[in-house]
Ligand binder design. Structure first.
Ligand SMILES: O=C(O)CCC(=O)C(=O)O
Ligand SMILES: [Fe+2]
Length: 199
């Protein structure tokens, strides 16, 4: 794969690992979904242990899914909440575009520009080899960065807009890592949903 500059737009994304679909949900629908998810989700701030120290995750999260789809992340076990009608409807709408069936979804609420997710790959064994993860975005646009693990200069960025769908696939969770960085600019809230298949 050729090396591209830092600020590549979605048109330049390597389609074998990242497919970006803006306006997958229309503006009205997106506004409604954002509001309901914000108000009705039992948001929690989890903690992670880094170098033996407890660090609060810089965002709020919630985990939904089939009863069988429990999940381990950073040494913690997550028991999923029961699907809501709204989340099931979103799942039904994206499954044909993704070409797979999902049994769980992780919700992330980035309250403002100080919330973020650090460089990581979603490479837990329960997701299997080359999982397809569908990422759905509501509210504030945030920048999403992807870099090759072996060569950090090989990097792509895409602005994930309200109502958009990003498919992460191929070896993106094995050879690459991704982040949503903090921003120096004041930003409003954003809710991201990553639909996953736990095997
Ligand atoms: O918020 C995002 O766009 C990415 C979230 C993410 O990478 C994750 O939950 O694993
Ligand atoms: Fe991720």
């Amino acid at each position: 794969m050729e090396q591209l500059s830092f600020f590549d737009t979605e048109d330049n994304l390597p389609q074998d690992i990242l497919e970006y679909k803006p306006n997958f949900f229309d503006a009205n629908e997106s506004r409604q979904i954002f509001k309901t998810l914000l108000e009705q989700t039992p948001w929690k701030q989890e903690s992670q242990y880094m170098y033996g120290r407890e660090v609060k995750t810089p965002r709020l999260t919630a985990w939904y899914g089939d009863e069988s789809s429990y999940y381990k992340f950073s040494g913690q076990q997550f028991i999923p909440l029961k699907w809501t009608d709204q989340l099931l409807n979103i799942k039904l709408k994206i499954e044909p575009a993704a070409g797979v069936l999902f049994n769980s979804v992780l919700l992330n609420y980035y309250r403002d520009n100080n919330d973020s997710v650090a460089w990581h790959s979603d490479d837990e064994p329960e997701l299997g080899i080359n999982p397809l993860i569908a990422s759905v975005n509501f509210g504030q646009t945030r920048r999403f960065d992807v870099r090759h693990k072996a060569n950090h200069k090989q990097k792509y960025s895409v602005n994930l807009e309200n109502g958009s769908l990003l498919l992460m696939k191929g070896d993106v969770q094995h050879q690459w890592e991704h982040q949503v960085p903090k921003s120096a600019k004041v930003l409003k809230g954003r809710i991201n949903l990553t639909f996953r298949t736990i095997i």
